[in-house]
Design a protein around this ligand. Structure first.
Ligand code: 13P
Ligand code: SF4
Length: 381
């Protein structure tokens, strides 16, 4: 397989996302070694009181998550943003697409703040609005667009969510992908699943019983997605060629190796892992399901967990009665989630407490309108 330089840069997170999205923070970022950081965060939080709400994704560092008013997976945090009407400032400790969704789902008087604008998502960057529009044009040209329903993973830009809303589709997260696909296939005969091929394939095959032959992969870097008209017409699932750089690292060999090393271990993985890995695992689940399953398991249970390391380390610390290990031998954080650290949280809280709105995430009105349709469709499912 040959990969172009441009593709390689995106796959390798080689872009300077901070400069693409604007200035991350001014020169007043406190030093990470400042022993007063926690006290400063607490003080600024107290000044803001009920005017502020801090949302924290499960992949966030401990130093940040300790300040979250609500923790959750991407679905739970989107719900929290939609239901929460009181706070004027919502500090989103997560990544850019999550903060955009929160902006879309909150009321106009509420302002969403992403403490570091460099906190993007390499998977979300694998589908640009222009690429998705050209894919759709090809589907129209060969006469299948009218029966194709877009289902877009939350891990996507607001522009892609807007495309989804405009074409009668829905957003999904890893915790409701099955429901979303069932809904889409009750409305049309095909699904265009964006941008994570693995979540799309795993859900279609393992939850809906669709065969692997019914899934094709659309490569945005090739004419016609690298597919023939016949392949597209015969397919039920058109999967976008995107993946997560963190979950994509786990391999079937990791599963085999851990089973040999820890007899009786159960393997639980996120559905963003490859089909090869999820079919070798014992349990597949969204971040929230992984936490529930492991926390509610019997004392003495042994778990190898295939998801982001901050979450796995916290789960191990919170469940000392169980043996909980990371599925891979090498350490793997989500580097963009980790961009949100205590210095950035302190900087953003103090700035807002002092009357300076910083890193305000604002989605364009038209984009927000159609994205909201697709997000509300998800919340209604
Ligand atoms: P969840 O939907 O499980 O929160 O996952 C979000 C994410 O970014 C996983 O990589
Ligand atoms: Fe994106 Fe993967 Fe990080 Fe989730 S873990 S935010 S999908 S890069």
């Amino acid at each position: 397989m040959t990969i172009s330089l441009q593709e390689l840069l995106i796959l390798g997170q080689g872009r300077d996302l901070a400069s693409e999205r604007g200035v991350s923070c001014s020169g007043e970022l406190p030093a990470a070694s400042d022993p007063e950081l926690s006290a400063r965060a607490k003080a600024a939080r107290e000044v803001l009181g009920k005017r502020a709400l801090i949302l924290g994704h499960h992949y966030q560092r401990d130093e940040v998550i300790q300040f979250a008013d609500i923790t959750g997976d991407s679905f739970k945090l989107a719900q929290a943003a939609a239901e929460q009407n009181e706070a004027e400032f919502i500090f989103f400790c997560g990544v850019h697409f999550m903060a955009e969704s929160a902006d879309i789902l909150t009321s106009p008087h509420q302002k969403v703040i992403l403490p570091d604008l460099a906190a993007g998502c390499s998977m979300a960057d694998m589908a640009t609005a222009q690429q998705v529009e050209s894919c759709w044009k090809e589907l129209e040209r060969i006469g299948v667009a009218s029966t194709t329903i877009p289902v877009t993973y939350m891990n996507s830009s607001a522009a892609i969510k807007s495309f989804t809303g405009e074409h009668g589709g829905t957003i999904c997260t890893s915790s409701n992908a099955q429901k979303s696909l069932e809904w889409a296939l009750s409305k049309g005969s095909k699904v265009l699943f964006l941008p994570d091929q693995h979540l799309g394939r795993n859900t279609a095959v393992l939850s809906l019983g669709i065969s692997l032959d019914q899934c094709v992969v659309w490569n945005p870097w090739k004419p016609m997605g690298g597919l023939t008209e016949a392949q597209i017409k015969d397919a039920t699932m058109i999967l976008w060629r995107g993946h997560c750089s963190v979950h994509g690292r786990f391999t079937r060999d990791n599963v085999t190796e851990i089973r040999a090393r820890i007899p009786g271990v159960q393997v639980i993985v996120h559905p963003e892992c490859t089909h090869d890995v999820v079919t070798a695992a014992d349990v597949i689940g969204s971040t929230e399901k992984i936490i529930q399953t492991v926390s509610n398991s019997a004392p003495g249970s042994k778990w190898a967990v295939g998801t982001e390391l901050n979450l796995v380390a916290r789960l191990a610390a919170q469940n000392p009665d169980k043996e909980i290990v990371f599925l891979d031998k090498t350490v793997c954080y989500c580097s963009t989630m980790n961009r949100i650290d205590l210095p950035h949280l302190v900087w953003s809280l103090e700035s807002v407490a002092n009357g300076h709105l910083v890193n305000h995430i604002q989605v364009d009105e038209r984009v927000a309108h159609y994205s909201k349709l697709a997000l509300q469709q998800m919340l209604a499912l």
